[in-house]
Write a protein that binds this ligand. Sequence first.
Ligand code: AHG
Ligand code: MN
Ligand code: MN
Length: 297
Amino acid sequence: MKLDEFLRLNAPDDLGALTSAIAKSSVDVWDSIPFKTGLLTETNPSGETQKAIDVFSNDLFVEALTSTGHAAEVASEEMEEPVESRGGVSVAMDPLDGSSNVETNNPLGSIFGFYSHRLPASGRSLVGALYVTYGTMLTLTFSFGKGVHRFVALREGDGMSFQLLGVNLKLPDKPEVYGFGGSRKEWVHGVARFWESLDGRGLRNRYCGTFIGDYNQVLAKGGIFSYPALVKKPRGKLRVLYECAPMAFINEQAGGYASDGSTNVLDLAPSGLAETSPLYIGSASLVREVEGSLASS
Ligand code: AHG
Ligand code: MN
Ligand code: MN
């Protein structure tokens, strides 16, 4: 089944239009990656130096999303303020996740949260979320609250079409992989103790340095990804609106659980657009365990 047919049958009109617009633009982002690897002089609201691909993908997605007439606003980790538009859905995005890994060709991604409330908003106002992978395969993985579904881009004539790859994706019962960001000496105490226990239980350390690449394999194999609380950065690095909450929405739809170390990520109520949170996401049993390890440390 092709994407537009699936969306016509299964998506609310506004989310279907936004998803279709993202799909089309993701092909242009994918094609542009080899040519947009340079560093720029500007920094984003998180104080990170921007790469050409960050700004290129941001501008492309803002135009595509606002042109649908379904986005009330588009907020992005690459912009100080949202772009206002005239629709009903507030879109929060990380237009290019993992951009510091462009030169090494690690699996990059884009992340979108579809909120029913004006931003900043709690993850409980998410009505959908989507992530793109640009590595190995160009795929869209998304949920509108009724399961997690995946499409893959395939050549069709001189363009690309998106074909169904899987419906109702679920985390496997037996967790197999784990990946923790930041450097081990920076982790708060309860994290290191939990991390060391995983190796002894037969789980395999699979970490590639991009959130989307690291989470995508957790969804396929079961396990846990974390960008944890650091001693010097107790609120971690990943942004609640643009990265943590949309991925927590998808992960929960796939049967998992995501925490900031003590609270469900979807219950966080960020007061600022660029607010960050520690993130522990994946198989519920493991995330609950690391919550316990943090509580007792
Ligand atoms: P972004 O490129 O959107 O800023 O995200 C990068 C994030 C995430 O993809 C990854 O998990 C994390 O940064 C890695 O951080 P370090 O390079 O600091 O380990
Ligand atoms: Mn980014
Ligand atoms: Mn990111």
